[in-house]
Design a protein around this ligand. Structure first.
Ligand code: CA
Length: 224
């Protein structure tokens, strides 16, 4: 297995041990001692998994998990100090992929890391959701999520948004988008596309401005 693991732990000694084990298994590592730094590194390094300590200075692990989940499905394994915390954490529905209670054996942590990655990477066989910023388009289930919330859209809208999300920043001509909307009848002209785009933008709410008009050419979804 390969990839990058982000280790978020404020106790240097624990972080050292984890890092050693993680590297020994062939992964690259990034390290953060605070929640704020963890989010910065998460954005900059796009790790394949986050090992996240719960008690951190500045911003705790709960808040870090919440912010990561608002935008992505990066696997998270929570490191917690007490057994009885796990039930509480699961109850909060943070979307962590697994929990390990301290004191843990690094070997156990590695086993969980591999299990989570196997699960996640196995799921890649199914067409993955396309993600641009807070927008997620799933072309197999025809679902759209914005900042984690399901947003109902018509099939034509999902297909058009999917085309735009496939290559963020690439401008799509109205004709290309029209094809996605299934508009084969002769009345389906460029105005149909404009109408669909207007609806999509409205449904994207606060994130609607990611869908940009390129005057005289078409539309694009601005990469985050
Ligand atoms: Ca800690």
């Amino acid at each position: 297995m390969s990839g990058t693991i982000l280790i978020v732990e404020d106790e240097t000694r624990l972080a050292d041990v984890l890092e050693e084990y993680v590297r020994r298994e062939g992964f690259k590592t990034e390290r953060a001692r605070t929640g704020t730094r963890a989010l910065e590194l998460w954005r900059a390094a796009a790790p394949d998994l986050i090992l996240l300590d719960l008690m951190l200075p500045e911003m705790d692990g709960l808040e870090v998990a919440r912010r990561v989940r608002a935008e992505s499905s990066t696997p998270i394994i929570m490191l917690t100090a007490r057994d009885d915390e796990v039930d509480k954490l699961v109850g909060l529905g943070l979307g962590a992929d697994d929990y390990v209670v301290k004191p843990y054996s690094p070997r156990e942590v590695m086993a969980r890391v591999k299990a989570v990655l196997r699960r996640v990477q196995g799921a890649v066989v199914v067409p993955q959701a396309l993600r641009v910023g807070a927008i997620e388009v799933n072309l197999s289930s025809f679902e759209v999520h914005v900042a984690g919330e399901s947003v109902p859209m018509t099939t034509a809208e999902v297909r058009m948004l999917g085309l735009l999300a496939k290559e963020p920043s690439r401008v799509r001509l109205r004709a290309e988008l029209l094809e996605q909307s299934g508009g084969t009848d002769s009345y389906a002209d460029e105005r149909t596309v404009d109408a669909h785009i207007k609806n999509i933008r409205k449904k994207l709410g606060l994130h609607g401005d990611l869908l940009e008009t390129v005057r005289g050419v078409g539309y694009r979804l601005r990469g985050a």
